[in-house]
Design a protein. Structure first.
Length: 279
């Protein structure tokens, strides 16, 4: 059995779907703060609970994919209690559970760690960076098996099912264009992002889980765009909106090193996704 925390969210749903296709028994543990019941995949057992209750699982999994955390940057300045509860306390419980039961943890790290201000740019970024350090220390202290996979601006199936601030910029732009509204670009607009297709990210997660060593992997496409370039891909008008707290200029990525380690290569291009319904 494999556990996916956050299994009803955007990336978690794609992961659950792939694991079921591979013939795996999958349990999702999700508190549905951003996950949706409509995302449920046939063949997955869903448990509605916070990850702090991981000890109540009916059986010990072979692997824990830990994706179930608070993942909003700007709102994290006003949600510090939630950051402490979800990203620090609950994740510490997951890490300790994996240690006690000798289970490998595949942790969803954040590329915000590699931004200009690094882990100090927001409460969210700080919590994610602290968790990666805790996992690595648990490995040194107790022999915890781990893979830390850093995500870079994913897009793809199910990204439009999230709302209330959990949407991706690609999903937001898609909905705005469909409604005939200007695309809203957060100032200054020159901030650059590496956009990665979620299917490629899932391939990387599964490859990382299968390795016998403990390591970190930056699951990033080599495609990067600033927000003006992104708006050009959508071929739609845009307007600038005020800057947000914690918004980074860019995040560095050493994707070539990840390619060498995992023999993993993203294959899907952002333009193909954006223009998929065009004649």
């Amino acid at each position: 059995m494999i556990l996916v925390t956050g299994g009803a969210g955007f990336i978690g749903t794609n992961l659950c779907k792939r694991l079921v296709e591979l013939g795996k028994d999958v349990i999702s543990m999700d508190d549905y703060s951003s996950g949706k019941i409509n995302n449920h995949i046939e063949g997955v057992q869903y448990i509605s609970a916070d990850c702090m209750y991981i000890d109540q699982l009916p059986e010990v999994p072979e692997i824990v994919y830990h994706l179930g955390e608070y993942s909003k940057i700007a709102p994290s300045f006003n949600d510090t209690d939630k950051i402490i509860e979800t990203n620090m306390y609950s994740t510490a419980k997951v890490i300790e559970y994996c240690r006690k039961n000798n289970v490998k943890i595949v942790y969803a790290g954040s590329s915000s760690k590699f931004a200009s201000n690094g882990a100090n740019e927001s409460p969210y970024a700080f919590s994610k960076a602290q968790n990666t350090e805790l996992i690595k220390n648990y490995s040194k202290w107790f022999g915890l098996k781990y893979a830390i996979c850093y995500f870079y601006n994913n897009y793809g199936p199910y990204h439009d099912t999230c709302d209330n601030g959990w949407e991706t910029v690609i999903s937001i732009f898609e909905k705005q264009k469909k409604r005939g509204e200007p695309l809203t670009i957060v100032k200054p607009g020159t901030q650059r992002r590496n956009f990665t297709y979620v299917g490629d990210t899932i391939n990387g997660l599964i490859l990382a889980a299968a390795r016998n060593d403990n390591d970190e992997y930056q699951l990033s496409s080599n495609e990067s765009f600033d927000m003006f370039e992104l708006a050009e891909l959508f071929d739609h008008e845009y307007e600038l909106i005020p800057e947000r707290l914690g918004d980074r200029d860019s995040s560095s990525t050493d994707y070539e090193e990840t390619y060498k380690k995992l023999k993993w290569m993203p294959s899907y291009k952002l333009k193909k996704w954006i223009t998929r319904y065009e004649d």
